[in-house]
Design a protein around this ligand. Structure first.
Ligand SMILES: [Zn+2]
Length: 274
């Protein structure tokens, strides 16, 4: 189970990982908190702020199907970037009651009974309020789901998932990506963002998946999010393989033994589910 904030988070960040485990026979469920109504509409796309949520839901359903997962879409509204007026909308995800969100996520964990749960790191990759909130609530739900004393709205039997991971881009890779991107497009969105606040510091990773064989599926899944476009589109496919050949994770629960003996290469490593 992978829980993120908006349509396209799942493919841009985890498309290869989803495709890999789906191809290997795992049942993969993607949970998305909002319809991404506050996203910027890509040039040339026929959409309005009024129908963007509907369009992005359809894009998300197509993308998740390509990657080989099923979808659980929550009914919150995109809160927009930090400080945007959308933050204050009563329907915004960040305005939702935290305990209610955790309860909903507990129900989904008890329904799908995942062995592994993946979400953003605490900083949500680059500080997006919805990313931080889904990370916080998914972490709380992971810890609560196995507890019989924690009721959930669907009143399902407790289920304790085995492992929780935070997923993000390695900071060193983001720096390289921005260096390359600036050459292609000097006037770009990353201009004003400090690369030292983006992604996850490389030394924090516990787990690296070789996903090179799934980059093409990932790109096809990401291409379904037509209304958004992506800076990644500007790169030749050869560079995608270099940039996206491996996906990186931080094992959060159970806390990894210290000192770590190298990186794990499988999210299911050490789990006994038979
Ligand atoms: Zn997002």
């Amino acid at each position: 189970m992978l829980a993120f904030g908006h349509p396209d988070d799942e493919s841009h960040l985890a498309g290869s990982t989803i495709a890999k485990y789906s191809a290997e026979g795992a049942e993969v469920v993607v949970v998305i908190a909002t319809r991404g109504e506050a996203g910027e509409i890509a040039p040339g796309v026929e959409a309005t702020p009024e129908n963007l949520g509907e369009i992005r839901e359809a894009e998300l359903r197509a993308s998740v199907a390509v990657a080989g997962a099923s979808l659980e879409l929550l009914d919150y509204r995109d809160s927009g970037m930090e400080g945007a007026p959308e933050n204050k909308d009563p329907r915004a995800f960040v305005q939702a009651d935290e305990d209610e969100v955790v309860g909903t996520l507990v129900s989904l964990m008890r329904k799908h009974r995942p062995h592994v749960v993946v979400t953003f790191d605490e900083n949500g990759g680059y500080g997006h309020p919805d990313h931080k909130f889904i990370s916080k609530t998914t972490t709380a739900a992971f810890l609560a789901s196995g507890n019989a004393g924690r009721a959930d709205p669907e009143k399902l039997a407790p289920w304790a998932p085995g492992k929780l991971y935070y997923m993000g881009f390695p900071r060193a890779r983001i720096k390289r990506f921005i260096e390359e991107y600036v050459k292609i497009k000097p006037d770009n969105d990353f201009r004003d963002i400090d690369p030292d606040t983006m992604g996850i510091p490389d030394e924090r990773f516990t787990t690296r998946l070789d996903v090179a064989a799934y980059v093409s599926v990932r790109l096809e899944a990401a291409s379904k999010h037509r209304s958004q476009g992506s800076p990644f589109d500007l790169f030749p496919e050869a560079m995608h393989e270099e940039v996206f050949g491996n996906d990186y994770f931080v094992l959060v629960h159970p806390a990894p033994a210290e000192p770590t003996s190298g990186l794990e290469s499988d999210l299911f490593a050490g789990l006994d589910w038979v």
